[in-house]
Every structure is written in structure tokens, then in C-alpha cells.
Design a protein around this ligand. Structure first.
Ligand code: PHE
Length: 488
């Protein structure tokens, strides 16, 4: 109906100058006309040119004053001819308009605000503001100075109206025939395909958006790390237990029971179930004795090791707990050299800020073999990080209860023009490996780093809460580009 009217109008007129006026003249909503215009324009039945009109409309506040009167008049009317105390006036006047009404009424010299009394200075007032607002609402033209005042008081706002002016297009016809989209059997049998008009392919139309899963940046980067490990001959360890006992997370790593990391300020302990059910008893004995009195050439820590402390369940604080379980299993069989890695989530009871969350992902690699040295560790680290595009490394002596020597790893960041810490590493102590039952000449070199840090650098994200957690913008997950390690 709108389409017919529009094409009909252009049949007898050169131009339709204003789609808004046209919509009013045929009594149709402008939005509906716009849809028709878009479709006719798409098939080039008409040419369309944008037109814009600006007009003033009332804000919600402005609309409320048309109904209730301007604040200054409401204020004035609340002041009785004999005057009123400020407290009483405050009770009478709506708090949302008291301040503005008071200042405007005083500015207009309608009232006098005395120390204790508010009195009228004129017998009656006219509500100019309300009248002006009404006139604007009716589309009448008002003095620019008044418009300015109302705008400053945020009672009116400029609204842009968009419409079109129209002319006939190259494919103009008075009545549009619906183009066929498919050639089908019926048309062929009837023979009417000869006369049909077929819709042309639109090669520039957007394709259907792909539905389905999208990998989170952390998972994409994790995949790249996995590839690198596989290329270097590593096997992936099973990491599917977030809940771990203190024994595997701390004790077997020769971390003394009074170590500050084992405090509930740093570690999430479980309430239910609060303790582990089973531990390998003979191994527990050896761990207890290495803590208490050492052995294997070590003096131990010289304190009373408590089984209850080792039994406590926690959310694993590092994936080294995974490595310790794996090495223990390995020690139960005739030894063969191995390379293992894991990438999974760990938890720390930390204050959350733009670079820290209470959970994150760790990447950990380890190699066990006979006769490994610190030189092997440095060599492997250089190889590993070079595959990530970090070929300038520096090492700094560090301390971990379970490694000796230990090294922090720094890489020169070409973009930041400085050395940044990228990981931690070391050689597992004999106090950890020998109670497991590994042969004496076997050494284990290992390192760990976070997955979040490189991911944030690669994706240019500077607040970890934009990467992980409930504040993540899902469209980021759907549209993020593939960022490759190796491009710093
Ligand atoms: N577990 C250490 C950490 O949480 C990383 C590490 C792994 C250090 C292996 C040395 C060897 O930071």
C-alpha cells in the first residue's frame, strides 16, 4: 500500500521532496515508508537522497514541567502571601525541584529568601517556562534566546530527524513484479520461466554469521604452547584435579609445613572434604623423615612434621603438584628418560587487581634424565623461548623450596624496550626426587610460566578482568584475531 502510493506519486511527479511529509500525507508511520524506500532503492526502482531536519524536543524533565508547572512557579505557589519559614517550605515543596525552584524564583525576584522567612515579592506570576515548553512541543518557533535558556537548563534537546528525497531510478516501474529467486521444476514444466524476471545474485551481501563455538584467547595461546611442547618431544600430563592435598602440592616438594605459602592467606583450603582419604603410606614416611631429619646428604628442616597438615585439601596453587605426582608414578617403574608438560588452572588467595586474579593458568615443562645439568636447563629454556619469539634471555638466581639451583627467566621485550620476567625454573632437589624412589643419578630440570601474561601481551589486553571472568565482553571472544606467538 505504501509502496504503491510511493511509486504512484513518482509516476506523476518528478520528485518526492520529503519522505516525512509524504508519510503524514498518506497517514503511514515514517519507519514503514523507510523500509519500503530501502527495498525499492535496493532494486534501483528509485533513487534516494538523505535529508536531515533538526528540531527541539522536550527532555523528560521538560515534559514533567509541562504537566506540573516550572519549578520556580511550583516554588512560588508554595509560598503563602503571609510568608513561610524555610523548614515549612521545605516540607511543602518536592525535594527534587526545591533547589532549582528556589534559585530561579529568587533570580526572577518573585520571592525573597530571608534568614528565617521566605516571602512573596509579587502578587502573582506567569509560568513562561511552561508556556515556552508547550509551544516547542507543538512545533512552534520560539525566540532563539529562550531556546538557549531552556537548553542550558536541559529541558529541551536537539533531535535529528532523518528522511529521504526520492526520484525515479533506472528500474522504475509503476508496479513492481516480484522477481523469482529460484528456478524450479514447475516453472520449467509450465514454460513460464521464459517470461519470469529473476533476482540477481548479490555478491556483496554479507554471509550468514558463523554460529558455534569460539575459542577464548587463552585457549588459542594454550594450543600454540602445546604445539611447541609436542614439537620438542614432550608428553602432556593429566591435570584434571583442581583439588589437591597439601601433601602433593607442598610436602613432597620439600616445602616445610610452616612455609608462609601454606597459610590460608595465600592458599584456598577446602572445607568439604577438608582432608584427603589416601596417601601412599611408605612414601609418606620417607617425606616425613626428609623434612624432619633429612637424609640423602641433606640435613632436613629439623621440625616435627605433622600428618594432619599434609592431609589438608586445597585448590592446587601450582601445576608443580601435577609434576610431583607424575614423577612419583615414574619412580615406581624401571626408569626411562621423559619429557612432560602441563597447562592448566591454579588458584591463589590473592588480592585481585588489574594484573592478578585468584585463579590463573600455569604452563610447566620438565625433563628427567640421567646426568642433566644447569647447562641443559639453560639450553632447553633458550630453545623453548626462541620458539615463542623470545631469543634474548637472561637468568637470575632465585629461590624455590623444591629446586636448587633456581633461576628466574627474563626476556628482552623489543616492544617495551626492557627486560620482563617470563618464568621461573630450576633443578628439583634430591630431597624431593630421592624419597620418590628415582635413581640417584637422575636429575629433573623444570620451568613454569603463566599463560595469561603472554596472552595479554599478544592480544593487547592490559586488564586481566577483560580476559577472564564475568566482565569479559563475549564479542571479543567471537571476533578476536588469531595472534601468533613469535611476533612481539
Ligand atoms: N611452581 C613454580 C611457580 O609456581 C614454577 C616452577 C616450576 C619453578 C618448576 C621451578 C620449577 O612459580
Amino acid at each position: 500500500m505504501a509502496e504503491e502510493a510511493l511509486l504512484g506519486f513518482l509516476h506523476s511527479n518528478e520528485e518526492l521532496t520529503d519522505s516525512g511529509q509524504f508519510a503524514t500525507s498518506i497517514g503511514i508511520d515514517h519507519n514503514e515508508i523507510v523500509n519500503v524506500i530501502k527495498s525499492l532503492h535496493g532494486f534501483r526502482l528509485i533513487e534516494a537522497q538523505d535529508i536531515k531536519r533538526e528540531s527541539w524536543v522536550l527532555t523528560d524533565e521538560g515534559k514533567s514541567y509541562v504537566l506540573l508547572g516550572s519549578p520556580e512557579v511550583q516554588f512560588f505557589l508554595a509560598v503563602p502571601p503571609e510568608g513561610i519559614s524555610r523548614e515549612d517550605l521545605q516540607k511543602k515543596v518536592d525535594p527534587s525541584i526545591y533547589k532549582i525552584g528556589c534559585s530561579q524564583a529568587a533570580k526572577n525576584k518573585w520571592v525573597e529568601i530571608g534568614k528565617s522567612l521566605v516571602i512573596r515579592k509579587v502578587p502573582h506570576v506567569e509560568d513562561r517556562v511552561k508556556d515556552l515548553l508547550k509551544r516547542i512541543q507543538n512545533g512552534e518557533v520560539v525566540d532563539p534566546k529562550d531556546v538557549d535558556d531552556l537548553k542550558k537548563r536541559k529541558l529541551i534537546a536537539l533531535q535529528t530527524w532523518k528522511g529521504y528525497s526520492l526520484r525515479k531510478g533506472p528500474n522504475y516501474t509503476l508496479k513492481r513484479t516480484k522477481a523469482a529467486t529460484d528456478l524450479n521444476r514447475d516453472q520449467l514444466q509450465r514454460g513460464d520461466w521464459k517470461d519470469l524476471e529473476f533476482k540477481e545474485y548479490n555478491f556483496s551481501a554479507r554471509g550468514q554469521p558463523m554460529e558455534g563455538g569460539h575459542l577464548h584467547p587463552l585457549l588459542k595461546v594454550r594450543e600454540q604452547f602445546r604445539k611447541i611442547f609436542f614439537e620438542m618431544g614432550f608428553e602432556e600430563m593429566l591435570t584434571n584435579n583442581f583439588v589437591e592435598s597439601s601433601f602433593w602440592n607442598f610436602d613432597v616438594l620439600f616445602q616445610p609445613q610452616q612455609h608462609p605459602a601454606r597459610d590460608s592467606h595465600d592458599t584456598f583450603f577446602l572445607q568439604v572434604p577438608s582432608t584427603t582419604k589416601r596417601l601412599p603410606e611408605d612414601y609418606v614416611e620417607r617425606v616425613k623423615s626428609v623434612h624432619e631429619s633429612g637424609g640423602y646428604g641433606s640435613k632436613g628442616y629439623n621440625y616435627e612434621w605433622k600428618r594432619e597438615e599434609a592431609n589438608k585439601n586445597l585448590l592446587r596453587t601450582h601445576t608443580t603438584a601435577v609434576s610431583s605426582r607424575m614423577l612419583y608414578l615414574l619412580a615406581q617403574k624401571p626408569f626411562s628418560p621423559r619429557r612432560y608438560f602441563s597447562i592448566d588452572r591454579v588458584f591463589r588467595n590473592e588480592a585481585v587487581d588489574r594484573t592478578h586474579l585468584a585463579e590463573f593458568h600455569q604452563i610447566e615443562g620438565l625433563i628427567c634424565d640421567r646426568g642433566l645439568t644447569l647447562g641443559d636447563l639453560i639450553g632447553v629454556l633458550n630453545d623453548f623461548f626462541a620458539r615463542l619469539g623470545m631469543s634474548k634471555l637472561k637468568f637470575k638466581p632465585a629461590y624455590n623450596p623444591y629446586t636448587e639451583p633456581s633461576m628466574e627467566i627474563f626476556s628482552y621485550h623489543e616492544g617495551f624496550k626492557k627486560w620482563v620476567e617470563v618464568g621461573n625454573s630450576g633443578m628439583f632437589r634430591p630431597e624431593m626426587l630421592l624419597p620418590m624412589g628415582l635413581p640417584e643419578d637422575v636429575s629433573v630440570i623444570a620451568w613454569g610460566l603463566s599463560l595469561e601474561r603472554p596472552t595479554m601481551i599478544l592480544y593487547g589486553i592490559d586488564n586481566i578482568r577483560d580476559l577472564f571472568g564475568h566482565k569479559v565482553d563475549l564479542s571479543l571472544i567471537k571476533t578476536n584475531p588469531i595472534c601468533r606467538l613469535g611476533i612481539q
